[in-house]
Design a binder for this molecule. Structure first.
Ligand code: LLP
Length: 424
């Protein structure tokens, strides 16, 4: 069903048997919409990167924790990470068993480590200080250490997590100190992990960092410590500039490299353990979008503004990282419109930084139009807030039968008040 600007969602039949205008009317806006078929497809692309028997895709749940999506990801054969007690809870709720959940935490207290241990999860710590704490909480237990391979990537400095300017990971030069702490608490160091940052479109840095981690694992083996799990981290990018024909990450090429690396390394060191990759964005970004409505249009100063109900409380990425999301436009009786004009799409929050799409060439927007911000499945809903005391949106899943079902209701005013205490 072509509309004012819908080439992309039409090409992948995103809405199945549904229609975005009807969904917006029936469920209200803003509204997150996910497509199950596309989600399964992304999982399958990654799961099939290597046929090595120890290769697993460890979905990084921080990108989207709706249990309906987590269950699908689990069905597709992925394991999962968690970063907080909330993510542990939601992963368990989605049916992941404790052996399938890796706790990759950062700067947590003893109670949080104990919660992970009580839930029978393997924990990765990311400083010697946290290793020491973990040793006190779970003496004699198993542990992993997150190293910083000295290489970083990312779409914004805010999401680069390897290299010199990051709080993450342990310097590989501290390996012996780590082993000494582990020995003092009878901990068994059984794994290494890393994550160099979020969003690369070329695999070279990732592969270079894999080599650093494999080198470190080899050093460990020389010291008589045999790792059981080596986790290379996530960061796999998706093309956000769909309407400009941005190229996809060359996954097949990457898969060949990855498969060769892990197979040769396992053969050389007689390694029988597991290898993880830990993608979040790649799995869920493209299966999701957020629908909103244009409530106002105006000329103001230097720009033409289209004012929508998608504030940065609903989709924070543009405001936080200047992130780009393509915009689609649907209208009752709408026809494809090639006459584009420069417009700035904004939200309804009382800050001038509340900009979804600055100076974008789009068909002239009208009041009542329904918009989609594409590729919002990752770091979309999970980063939504109630700023300005707005209610977080609902989430819908379009199943493989093409029909939509609600997987999270919209918040209510009562939800806003649900944590308040009476003042008497
Ligand atoms: N593993 C660890 C330890 C991580 O910290 C992350 C992401 C991932 C895996 C997954 O990375 P991915 O494959 O999704 O790139 N809110 C930002 C992204 C923050 C990523 C944080 N860590 C955004 O909206 O772009």
């Amino acid at each position: 069903m072509p509309n004012v600007r819908s080439t992309y969602t039409d090409s992948v039949n995103f809405f199945g048997g549904e229609n975005p205008l009807e969904l917006a009317t029936r469920f209200g806006t803003p509204l997150y919409v996910y497509n199950e078929r596309i989600l399964r497809q992304s999982c399958r692309e990654l799961v099939s990167l290597s046929t090595h028997p120890g290769f697993f895709v460890n979905y990084s749940a921080k990108a989207n924790t709706n249990p309906a999506l987590l269950s699908i990801i689990r069905e597709e054969g992925c394991v999962v990470d968690a970063m907080s007690p909330g993510e542990i809870y939601l992963n368990l709720r989605a049916g992941f068993t404790p052996d399938k959940i890796l706790y990759v935490c950062n700067n947590v207290d003893a109670a949080e480590l104990k919660n992970a241990v009580d839930n029978r999860l393997l924990v990765s710590v990311d400083s010697l200080s946290q290793l020491e704490l973990y040793g006190r909480v779970n003496p004699g237990g198993k542990v992993m250490i997150r190293f910083n391979p000295g290489i970083g990537v990312g779409h914004s400095a805010k999401v680069v997590t390897g290299g010199k300017d990051t709080k993450f990971g342990v310097d590989p030069g501290l390996l012996d100190d780590a082993l000494a702490i582990a020995a003092r608490h009878n901990l068994r160091l059984i794994g290494l992990n890393q994550h160099i940052g979020s969003l690369f479109m070329e695999g070279a840095s990732y592969v270079a960092a894999m080599d650093v981690l494999l080198g470190l694992a080899a050093r460990l083996m020389e010291k008589g410590v045999t790792p059981e799990l080596i986790d290379f981290g996530g960061g796999f990018g998706i093309p956000y500039h769909k309407y400009e024909g941005e190229k996809r990450l060359a996954l097949a090429e990457f898969g060949t490299l990855l498969h060769r690396r892990i197979s040769e390394w396992s053969a050389k060191f007689r390694y029988k353990g597991r290898f993880y990759i830990e993608p979040g964005r790649y799995i869920v970004a493209e299966c999701g979008l957020v629908l909103g409505r244009v409530n106002a249009v105006k000329n103001n100063g230097n720009a033409v503004y289209a004012g929508t109900d998608i504030g940065f409380n609903v989709l924070a990425r543009p405001m936080l990282y200047n992130a780009f999301h393509d915009v689609e436009v649907y209208r009752e009786g709408g026809e494809p419109d090639e006459n584009v004009v420069e417009q700035t799409v904004v939200g309804n929050i009382c800050e001038s930084g509340d900009i979804l799409a600055p100076k974008r060439l789009l068909p002239r927007l009208r009041e009542g139009d329904v918009l989609a911000m594409l590729d919002a499945g990752a770091y979309g809903y999970v980063m939504a807030s109630t700023y300005n005391s707005r209610l977080r949106p609902a989430e819908l899943l379009i199943g493989e039968d093409g029909a939509a079902r609600l997987i999270r209701r919209r918040e209510t005013l009562d939800d806003l008040a649900s944590t308040l205490c009476a003042l008497n």
